[in-house]
Ligand binder design. Structure first.
Ligand code: NAD
Ligand code: UDP
Ligand code: UDP
Length: 360
């Protein structure tokens, strides 16, 4: 592997993370699957800024070219339209594997606006998940094995299901319904974690696993039905904020720049994980609605809607492990992060002017 760009850097990093004086850091070649998506595009910005060469592999299922357009023309940036379900041959040092469709339960299904049936809609997503998480992850692990690259999987807090332990520690195995409406996502990611550990143990691939908790920020999909994007878009459009169920269920919301910092520390560090990456600040959906009202429109109304099946009651990460081993913790509170997302949403919804910098 001597010819690989960055080989020296691996050795330097392994010797304590400090680059000796006089030795300039050599750029790495890094693949980011799903790099045209919300989290991926922010990660790409940081890697390019650091001086690395980045190849984004994305099939644009939920990602957008606009998220990475500002790198077009940079010789250290490349965008490949490719579905990770198909094999991929590249020579790289690191693989950040983010490619994954968002959960189907998030999407609002409008039978009037579409000719496909409800069942078909869910089956289509179910199929996308499984195939992307299982076959896609397998292919990227095969690639990592062939070229000796380090592989990072972005797993999810949903592997804990509707948790019986609170807050969730990495050693908790989870409470997942294998036959529920959201199981395809939970189980798809659980299988991806299994494959990742199998390639590590069986083929010696260097792996890292991040379990990401709810993350928000600029470039988030406006219509994917997630609670932060829904509330922000609704408040801006002067529509009522839709609270599902009694609004007492909790989530912990992490700003995207904190997550990206955590992912990079995990990749560069010496620990496999899994690591919870999330903000431990816990909010009920009603409290979140209040923060959105304070940030955007104090007169925004609240409308209650029935909740989805199997909706986890509570979710909050225990991040002791990431603090101790990666020296990482989130820095941006919900009240600080939300306005940064609001300006991006305002521009995209009302088309004020085009700015792809992400606003942060
Ligand atoms: P996103 O939908 O914005 O990004 C995912 C990207 O993957 C998109 O650009 C999409 O086009 C691409 N993609 C999907 N299927 C693909 C395929 N078969 N081949 C190639 N590209 C494909 O979602 P995100 O929020 O940026 O999530 C990134 C990763 O983080 C995902 O793996 C997700 O499961 C994980 N995650 C995110 C959150 C969150 O709150 N955002 C929480 C937990 C886990
Ligand atoms: N693979 C890939 N790119 C590579 C190497 C492998 O996409 O550079 C895919 C390959 O097509 C296979 C998967 O990764 O489907 C697993 O590869 P591995 O070598 O582990 O298994 P095998 O090919 O021996 O079944
Ligand atoms: N939710 C809500 N109103 C919305 C969208 C979601 O009250 O418009 C609730 C949803 O029922 C869940 C929580 O917000 O309890 C978080 O949902 P999201 O889909 O954002 O993330 P996840 O369920 O994957 O944590």
């Amino acid at each position: 592997y001597e010819h690989r760009a960055g080989f020296q850097v691996h050795r330097v990093m392994n010797s304590g993370g400090k680059i000796p004086l006089g030795l300039k850091r050599k750029g790495l070649r890094i693949v980011v699957t799903g790099g045209a998506g919300f989290v991926g595009s922010h990660l790409v910005d940081r890697l390019i800024e650091r001086g690395d060469s980045v190849i984004v592999v994305d099939n644009f299922f939920t990602g957008r070219k606009e998220n990475v357009m500002h790198h077009f023309g940079n010789p250290r940036f490349e965008l490949i339209r490719h579905d990770v379900v198909e094999p991929l041959l590249l020579e790289v040092d690191q693989i950040y594997h983010l490619a994954c469709p968002a959960s189907p339960v998030h999407y609002k299904f409008n039978p009037v606006k579409t000719i496909i049936s409800f069942q078909f809609f869910f089956f289509f997503f179910f199929f996308q998940f499984f195939v992307t998480n299982v076959v896609g992850t397998l292919n990227m692990l095969g690639l990592a094995k062939r070229v000796g690259a380090r592989f990072l999987l972005t797993s999810t807090s949903e592997v804990y299901g509707d948790p019986l332990q609170h807050p969730q520690v990495e050693t908790y195995w989870g409470n997942v319904n294998p036959i529920g409406v959201r199981s395809c996502y939970d189980e798809g990611k659980r299988t991806a974690e299994t494959l990742t550990m199998d390639y590590h143990r069986g083929a010696g691939v260097e792996v890292r696993i991040a379990r990401i908790f709810n993350t928000y920020g600029p470039r988030m999909c406006i219509d994917d039905g997630r609670v932060v994007s829904n509330f922000v878009a609704q408040a801006l459009r002067k529509e009522p904020l839709t609270v599902y169920g009694d609004g007492k269920q909790t989530r912990s919301f992490q700003y995207v720049s904190d997550l990206v910092e955590g992912l990079m520390r995990l990749m560069e560090g010496e620990h496999i994980g899994p690591f919870n990456l999330g903000n431990p600040g816990e909010f009920t959906m009603l409290e979140l609605a209040k923060v959105v009202q304070e940030t955007i429109d104090p007169d925004a109304k609240i409308e209650y809607r029935p909740n989805t099946e199997d909706d986890p009651h509570k979710r909050k990460p225990d991040i002791t492990k990431a603090k101790d081993l990666l020296g990482w913790e989130p820095k941006v509170s919900l009240r600080k992060g939300l306005p940064l997302m609001v300006s991006d949403f305002r521009q995209r919804i009302f088309g004020d002017h085009k700015d792809n910098s992400g606003g942060a």
